[in-house]
Design a binder for this molecule. Structure first.
Ligand code: NAD
Ligand code: ZN
Length: 432
């Protein structure tokens, strides 16, 4: 059971009557007269659609072929949902029944939040390479099936489970990869929640953000400041948090060199900016002139093209005057990981982030010992890492290079991602 905005404000002792999950916002009787806990900005009139504060108007770095305009009809449905506090029964989503099977853009039921969950009206979701791994099923961890993927979703909270504390209707929330953990084990107690054996994963073991309405654990859901551009912030919810945590894991000092392998992709394009904001010098590694210009525009001092370089290790050592102090591996390449251990300077740290299927780290033991290098895995971030990463973005230090297309175009995005042709991040608009 979950409660409407007006019920959420009632004293806890008052008995609650069961309500239809799809009419959570249809208070009856005296409750109807109560002002719902929704900001005036959210009560948007049809003529104001284009200035909806939750719709993105910023699309830096890209010229999208898809029009920003959305149909008043679809939009109006959502606005009525907010105004009359009635949720739709069905919604659009991309679902697959088997790993690697058809990605179906279709109508499915709007999920009902459990007692500990919030329901988020996902406006935008980033598309992470992990979503492609999940669809293909190429990791040694089973996905839920059928599955709605996606774990970089942003939107307003539209319903609350009855045990939810600290959220109200209209707050902006983010769906992260880590949807929940036990909070009891030793790892959770020490803030290593992503490593919890009971971790629940959005878009993997829990239906994610490639749908218009998604449930999220109220403890783990990310808090997004009011007024934030929801399309822009979406990639921060996985890519941003992950690379920020990976940079912390590299344990660098301001002024030191960090090599970012896979710098032109979704994680890499944010890693360059977080690294610069944290005071590090960036040597970016990726392939092609377009990615070179792109990485340089984001703050990389040097660029090495893995497609044309005859010796990447030598080139990085030359570019950094003796080797990188740290390496962030976000490329989906086993070979690139092996190279990173070799181009580190003594005492350097290679951070493993990208997850090429079946890959192994192959490092020369003699060199690793004599240079005393470290190889560390880094897996998304905990709640504090998440809040800090969002704060960098909110302070204007990180601009997400995004291209917005409709949710229905997800299969095309996966094709481009597989070919390594994406600059930055694709973000899907769940209304198209
Ligand atoms: P992406 O497809 O957007 O970017 C990958 C980039 O790597 C591309 O720009 C590609 O051109 C580049 N690349 C490919 N081969 C390369 C090579 N040999 N050298 C240098 N660059 C190369 O992918 P993404 O969304 O940024 O995700 C990257 C990886 O990180 C995926 O495996 C994803 O599953 C993983 N990931 C891990 C975590 C974590 O917590 N550890 C979190 C999110 C994503
Ligand atoms: Zn991700």
């Amino acid at each position: 059971m979950f409660v409407s905005a007006s019920q959420a404000q009632m004293p806890r002792s008052r008995p609650r009557s069961p309500i239809n999950p799809f009419q959570a916002y249809a208070p009856s009787g005296p409750q109807r007269a109560r002002a719902p806990n929704i900001t005036p900005q959210q009560c948007i009139k049809p003529e104001q659609y284009k200035s909806d504060p939750h719709r993105s108007v910023m699309r830096p770095f890209f010229r999208s072929s898809v029009s920003l305009a959305f149909t008043s009809r679809i939009r109006a449905t959502n606005i009525i949902a907010i105004r009359n506090m009635t949720l739709p029964k069905t919604q659009k989503a991309v679902v697959f029944e088997t790993n690697g099977g058809p990605l179906e853009y279709k109508d499915i039921a709007v999920p009902e939040p459990k007692e500990n969950e919030i329901l988020i009206n996902v406006k935008y979701s980033g598309v992470c390479h992990t979503d492609l791994h999940a669809w293909k099923g190429d990791w040694p961890l089973a996905t839920k099936l059928p599955l709605v993927g996606g774990h970089e979703g942003a939107g307003p909270v539209v319903a609350l489970g009855k045990n939810v504390k600290g959220w109200k209707i209209g707050d902006l929330a983010g769906i992260k990869w880590l949807n929940g953990s036990c909070l009891l084990c030793e790892l959770c107690q020490h803030g290593n929640e992503p490593n919890c054996a009971d971790a629940d994963l959005s878009g993997y073991t829990h239906d994610g953000s490639f749908q218009q309405y998604a449930t999220a654990d109220a403890i783990q859901a990310a808090r997004i400041p009011q007024g934030t551009d929801l399309a822009q912030v979406a990639p921060i919810l996985c890519a941003g948090i992950t690379v920020y945590k990976a940079l912390k894991t590299a344990d660098l000092l301001a002024g030191q060199w960090v090599a970012i392998s896979g710098a032109g992709g979704g994680l890499g394009s944010l890693a360059i900016q977080y690294a610069a904001a944290m005071g590090y010098r960036v040597v970016a590694i990726d392939g092609g002139d377009e990615k070179r210009d792109f990485c340089n525009s984001l703050g990389a001092e040097k660029f090495i093209d893995f497609r044309t370089s005859k010796d990447i290790v030598k080139d990085v050592i030359a570019a950094t005057n003796g080797g990188a102090h740290g390496a962030i591996n976000v490329s989906v390449s086993e070979k690139a990981i092996a190279q990173s251990v070799e181009y580190l300077r003594p005492t350097g740290v290679s951070v493993l982030v990208g997850l090429p299927a079946g890959a192994k780290v192959v490092a020369p033991v003699f060199e690793a010992v004599v240079k005393s290098v470290s190889i560390r895995g880094s897996y998304v971030g905990n709640r504090a890492d998440s809040a800090e990463a969002i704060d960098f973005f909110a302070r204007g230090l990180i601009k997400c290079p995004i291209k917005i297309v409709g949710l229905s175009e997800l299969p095309k995005i996966y094709e481009l991602m597989e070919e390594g042709k994406i600059l930055g991040r694709y973000v899907v608009d769940t209304e198209k």
